[in-house]
Design a protein around this ligand. Structure first.
Ligand SMILES: N[C@@H](CCC(=O)N[C@@H](CS)C(=O)NCC(=O)O)C(=O)O
Length: 222
Protein backbone atom coordinates (compact mmCIF):
# COMPACT_ATOMS: atom_id res chain seq x y z
CA UNK A 1 0.00 0.00 0.00
CA UNK A 2 1.68 3.18 -1.19
CA UNK A 3 1.53 6.13 1.22
CA UNK A 4 -0.70 6.61 4.21
CA UNK A 5 -4.45 6.24 3.70
CA UNK A 6 -6.37 9.47 4.31
CA UNK A 7 -9.77 9.25 5.95
CA UNK A 8 -12.38 11.92 5.31
CA UNK A 9 -15.14 11.96 7.92
CA UNK A 10 -16.43 13.96 10.81
CA UNK A 11 -14.75 13.83 14.20
CA UNK A 12 -16.81 10.95 15.49
CA UNK A 13 -17.16 7.22 15.32
CA UNK A 14 -19.90 6.49 12.82
CA UNK A 15 -19.13 3.70 10.41
CA UNK A 16 -15.66 5.14 9.86
CA UNK A 17 -14.63 3.90 13.29
CA UNK A 18 -14.48 0.26 12.12
CA UNK A 19 -12.17 1.40 9.33
CA UNK A 20 -9.97 3.17 11.90
CA UNK A 21 -9.94 0.02 14.06
CA UNK A 22 -9.03 -2.19 11.10
CA UNK A 23 -6.17 0.02 9.98
CA UNK A 24 -4.91 0.39 13.53
CA UNK A 25 -5.03 -3.36 14.18
CA UNK A 26 -3.14 -3.94 10.92
CA UNK A 27 -0.49 -1.52 12.21
CA UNK A 28 -1.14 0.96 9.39
CA UNK A 29 -0.69 4.66 10.05
CA UNK A 30 -3.38 6.86 8.56
CA UNK A 31 -4.21 10.52 8.24
CA UNK A 32 -7.56 12.10 8.90
CA UNK A 33 -9.19 15.09 7.28
CA UNK A 34 -11.93 15.86 9.74
CA UNK A 35 -15.13 17.31 8.33
CA UNK A 36 -16.04 20.25 10.50
CA UNK A 37 -17.97 22.44 8.11
CA UNK A 38 -20.59 21.86 5.41
CA UNK A 39 -18.26 23.74 3.05
CA UNK A 40 -15.72 20.95 3.29
CA UNK A 41 -18.31 18.39 2.20
CA UNK A 42 -19.38 20.72 -0.62
CA UNK A 43 -15.77 20.93 -1.74
CA UNK A 44 -15.50 17.13 -1.83
CA UNK A 45 -18.78 16.90 -3.72
CA UNK A 46 -17.83 19.60 -6.21
CA UNK A 47 -14.38 18.25 -6.99
CA UNK A 48 -15.86 14.83 -7.80
CA UNK A 49 -14.35 13.04 -4.80
CA UNK A 50 -17.64 11.53 -3.61
CA UNK A 51 -19.10 9.08 -6.09
CA UNK A 52 -22.55 9.12 -4.47
CA UNK A 53 -22.25 12.60 -2.96
CA UNK A 54 -21.89 11.07 0.50
CA UNK A 55 -19.08 10.57 2.96
CA UNK A 56 -17.28 8.58 4.31
CA UNK A 57 -14.36 8.53 1.87
CA UNK A 58 -10.91 6.99 2.07
CA UNK A 59 -8.05 7.92 -0.21
CA UNK A 60 -5.79 4.96 -0.63
CA UNK A 61 -3.53 3.54 -3.33
CA UNK A 62 -4.43 6.36 -5.71
CA UNK A 63 -8.18 5.72 -5.31
CA UNK A 64 -10.97 7.64 -3.63
CA UNK A 65 -13.04 4.91 -2.06
CA UNK A 66 -16.59 5.32 -0.76
CA UNK A 67 -19.04 2.83 0.77
CA UNK A 68 -17.95 1.46 4.14
CA UNK A 69 -18.26 -2.22 3.29
CA UNK A 70 -16.23 -1.85 0.09
CA UNK A 71 -13.53 0.00 2.00
CA UNK A 72 -13.41 -2.59 4.78
CA UNK A 73 -13.31 -5.43 2.24
CA UNK A 74 -10.42 -3.82 0.37
CA UNK A 75 -8.39 -3.13 3.49
CA UNK A 76 -9.08 -6.55 5.01
CA UNK A 77 -7.96 -8.25 1.80
CA UNK A 78 -4.87 -6.07 1.63
CA UNK A 79 -3.84 -6.84 5.20
CA UNK A 80 -4.68 -10.54 5.14
CA UNK A 81 -7.52 -10.17 7.61
CA UNK A 82 -10.13 -11.89 5.50
CA UNK A 83 -9.73 -15.67 5.86
CA UNK A 84 -7.76 -18.09 3.73
CA UNK A 85 -10.52 -19.63 1.60
CA UNK A 86 -13.94 -18.75 0.27
CA UNK A 87 -15.53 -20.70 3.12
CA UNK A 88 -13.53 -18.81 5.70
CA UNK A 89 -14.28 -15.55 3.94
CA UNK A 90 -18.03 -16.07 3.99
CA UNK A 91 -17.83 -16.74 7.73
CA UNK A 92 -15.82 -13.55 8.21
CA UNK A 93 -18.49 -11.69 6.22
CA UNK A 94 -21.35 -13.29 8.14
CA UNK A 95 -19.85 -12.48 11.53
CA UNK A 96 -18.86 -8.95 10.48
CA UNK A 97 -22.36 -8.22 9.19
CA UNK A 98 -23.88 -9.43 12.48
CA UNK A 99 -21.48 -7.19 14.39
CA UNK A 100 -22.38 -4.27 12.11
CA UNK A 101 -26.12 -4.79 12.70
CA UNK A 102 -25.82 -4.56 16.48
CA UNK A 103 -23.18 -1.83 16.18
CA UNK A 104 -25.57 0.25 14.07
CA UNK A 105 -28.31 -0.08 16.72
CA UNK A 106 -25.89 1.11 19.41
CA UNK A 107 -24.47 3.87 17.22
CA UNK A 108 -27.90 5.30 16.46
CA UNK A 109 -28.99 5.35 20.12
CA UNK A 110 -27.87 8.98 20.75
CA UNK A 111 -30.04 10.10 17.81
CA UNK A 112 -33.12 8.42 19.27
CA UNK A 113 -35.90 10.79 20.46
CA UNK A 114 -35.69 11.18 24.25
CA UNK A 115 -39.11 9.66 24.89
CA UNK A 116 -38.11 6.49 23.04
CA UNK A 117 -34.66 6.17 24.57
CA UNK A 118 -35.50 3.74 27.39
CA UNK A 119 -37.40 1.40 25.10
CA UNK A 120 -34.58 1.45 22.53
CA UNK A 121 -31.98 0.80 25.22
CA UNK A 122 -34.01 -2.15 26.55
CA UNK A 123 -34.30 -3.56 23.03
CA UNK A 124 -30.56 -3.24 22.45
CA UNK A 125 -29.75 -4.95 25.75
CA UNK A 126 -32.18 -7.75 24.96
CA UNK A 127 -30.70 -8.35 21.48
CA UNK A 128 -27.16 -8.11 22.87
CA UNK A 129 -27.55 -10.70 25.61
CA UNK A 130 -30.10 -13.01 23.99
CA UNK A 131 -28.98 -13.02 20.40
CA UNK A 132 -25.67 -11.50 19.32
CA UNK A 133 -23.28 -12.25 22.18
CA UNK A 134 -24.53 -15.85 22.66
CA UNK A 135 -24.09 -16.43 18.91
CA UNK A 136 -20.45 -15.32 18.97
CA UNK A 137 -19.71 -17.11 22.26
CA UNK A 138 -21.08 -20.28 20.66
CA UNK A 139 -18.71 -19.93 17.68
CA UNK A 140 -15.68 -19.66 19.98
CA UNK A 141 -16.87 -22.49 22.22
CA UNK A 142 -17.66 -24.67 19.19
CA UNK A 143 -14.13 -24.74 17.78
CA UNK A 144 -12.18 -23.91 20.93
CA UNK A 145 -9.78 -21.66 19.02
CA UNK A 146 -8.40 -18.23 19.84
CA UNK A 147 -10.06 -16.37 16.96
CA UNK A 148 -13.43 -16.57 15.25
CA UNK A 149 -12.26 -17.93 11.91
CA UNK A 150 -9.33 -20.20 11.02
CA UNK A 151 -7.58 -19.66 14.37
CA UNK A 152 -6.15 -16.44 12.94
CA UNK A 153 -6.98 -12.78 13.50
CA UNK A 154 -9.48 -11.49 10.94
CA UNK A 155 -11.55 -8.37 10.50
CA UNK A 156 -14.40 -10.25 12.20
CA UNK A 157 -12.42 -10.39 15.47
CA UNK A 158 -11.40 -6.75 15.18
CA UNK A 159 -14.94 -5.56 14.50
CA UNK A 160 -16.35 -7.79 17.26
CA UNK A 161 -13.87 -6.47 19.82
CA UNK A 162 -14.69 -2.90 18.77
CA UNK A 163 -18.36 -3.77 19.38
CA UNK A 164 -17.59 -5.33 22.78
CA UNK A 165 -16.10 -2.00 23.89
CA UNK A 166 -19.34 -0.26 22.91
CA UNK A 167 -21.44 -2.89 24.70
CA UNK A 168 -19.28 -2.39 27.77
CA UNK A 169 -19.80 1.38 27.58
CA UNK A 170 -23.57 0.80 27.62
CA UNK A 171 -23.45 -1.58 30.56
CA UNK A 172 -20.41 -3.65 31.58
CA UNK A 173 -22.64 -6.32 33.11
CA UNK A 174 -23.84 -7.27 29.62
CA UNK A 175 -20.57 -9.14 29.08
CA UNK A 176 -20.76 -11.02 32.38
CA UNK A 177 -21.97 -14.35 30.99
CA UNK A 178 -19.62 -14.48 28.02
CA UNK A 179 -16.18 -15.60 29.23
CA UNK A 180 -14.87 -16.48 25.79
CA UNK A 181 -15.81 -13.10 24.39
CA UNK A 182 -14.14 -11.40 27.33
CA UNK A 183 -11.02 -13.49 26.64
CA UNK A 184 -11.14 -12.53 22.95
CA UNK A 185 -11.42 -8.87 23.93
CA UNK A 186 -8.37 -9.19 26.17
CA UNK A 187 -6.43 -11.13 23.52
CA UNK A 188 -7.09 -8.68 20.69
CA UNK A 189 -6.61 -5.66 22.98
CA UNK A 190 -3.18 -7.00 23.92
CA UNK A 191 -1.90 -7.08 20.35
CA UNK A 192 0.72 -4.31 20.25
CA UNK A 193 -0.95 -2.36 17.43
CA UNK A 194 -4.36 -2.51 19.09
CA UNK A 195 -2.88 -1.71 22.48
CA UNK A 196 -1.43 1.46 20.98
CA UNK A 197 -4.81 2.39 19.44
CA UNK A 198 -6.48 1.95 22.84
CA UNK A 199 -4.12 4.44 24.49
CA UNK A 200 -5.39 7.96 25.17
CA UNK A 201 -4.44 10.39 22.39
CA UNK A 202 -4.81 7.86 19.58
CA UNK A 203 -7.12 8.37 16.58
CA UNK A 204 -9.82 6.28 18.28
CA UNK A 205 -12.95 8.34 18.77
CA UNK A 206 -14.87 8.72 22.04
CA UNK A 207 -18.62 8.14 22.39
CA UNK A 208 -20.91 10.61 20.69
CA UNK A 209 -21.52 13.83 22.63
CA UNK A 210 -23.65 16.85 21.78
CA UNK A 211 -20.81 18.66 19.95
CA UNK A 212 -19.97 15.62 17.81
CA UNK A 213 -23.66 15.07 17.13
CA UNK A 214 -24.01 18.67 15.92
CA UNK A 215 -20.96 18.31 13.66
CA UNK A 216 -22.28 15.03 12.27
CA UNK A 217 -25.69 16.57 11.61
CA UNK A 218 -24.02 19.14 9.40
CA UNK A 219 -23.06 16.36 7.00
CA UNK A 220 -25.38 13.46 7.75
CA UNK A 221 -29.07 13.55 7.06
CA UNK A 222 -30.57 12.16 10.27
N1 LIG B 1 -23.64 3.31 2.36
C1 LIG B 1 -22.82 4.47 2.62
C2 LIG B 1 -23.64 5.44 3.44
C3 LIG B 1 -23.08 6.82 3.34
C4 LIG B 1 -23.89 7.85 4.13
O1 LIG B 1 -25.05 7.62 4.52
N2 LIG B 1 -23.26 9.00 4.40
C5 LIG B 1 -23.86 10.07 5.13
C6 LIG B 1 -22.98 10.43 6.31
S1 LIG B 1 -23.08 9.28 7.62
C7 LIG B 1 -23.89 11.31 4.26
O2 LIG B 1 -22.94 11.60 3.55
N3 LIG B 1 -24.98 12.09 4.34
C8 LIG B 1 -25.06 13.33 3.66
C9 LIG B 1 -25.88 13.27 2.42
O3 LIG B 1 -26.47 12.21 2.11
O4 LIG B 1 -25.95 14.32 1.75
C10 LIG B 1 -21.56 4.05 3.34
O5 LIG B 1 -21.52 2.96 3.92
O6 LIG B 1 -20.55 4.79 3.32
Amino acid sequence: MAGKPTLHYFNGRGRMESIRWLLAAAGVEFEEKLIETPEYVDKLKNDGSLMFQQVRMVEVDGMKLVQSRAILNYLATNYDLYGKSMKERVLVDMYSEGVADLGEMIMLLPMCPLDQNDAKMAQIKERTTNCYLPAFEKVLKGHGQDYLVGNKLSRADIQLVELLYYVEELDPSLLANFPLLKALKTRVSSLPAVKKFLQPGSQRKPPMDEKRLQDARKVCKF
